[in-house]
Design a protein around this ligand. Sequence first.
Ligand code: DX5
Ligand code: ZN
Length: 221
Amino acid sequence: MNILSPSILSADFTRLGEQIHALDEAGAQYMHIDVMDGLFVPSISYGMPVIKSIRKITAKVFDVHLMIDRPERYIREFADCGADVITFHIEATDKAGEIITEIHQRGMKAGIAIKPGTPVETLSPYMEEADMFLVMTVEPGFGGQAYIEACTEKIRAVRKMVRESGKKIDIQADGGINRSNLESVLAAGANVIVAGSAVFHGNIKDNTAGFLEVISKFNEN
Ligand code: DX5
Ligand code: ZN
């Protein structure tokens, strides 16, 4: 299934509850929650207290993108505050297998993310266990950056790997996606689309509806 996962990193935090209601009404399936630790990436965003708090106002799937060093330290905490999908960076840990096992034991889906410079082959040992692969299309750390064109080829390569494996693994693309490049990202094989600034800048409902219209036209694979 093709899915839109708006990133609340671009929300107006003085009106977060209101903006989440707008997303709910507009029908985006997931909500992308970027957690940054100032170590794995230069910036610091938000963590458990914010997630726990917004969990009370929406039933949307919480798609938590951990941009943190050694994510194995925090899987339980993110499970407890209401994550449904946890994606961690393969560059941030040497315990990927154990992390996926723990995420599954806690009843969530597990995603593995790669930065633009990380080869797609890094994902191949996890074809059996992973539920999602996240191909970063900007350097992780900030919203509002420009899409890195070279990453489209990586999405295509990951889609090929997944198709050849016969597994049902979602492919998420994250960073710099807007209405102009959305179709090429979908055509390359991504089926979970993250968008931050392109959803939150301007009218959230209209932007979401615009994304969903294009996304629903594309079928998975
Ligand atoms: C970047 C984050 C992205 C970001 C996307 O490190 O992982 O999820 O919020 O925002 P846009 O769509 O504005 O690039
Ligand atoms: Zn993200």
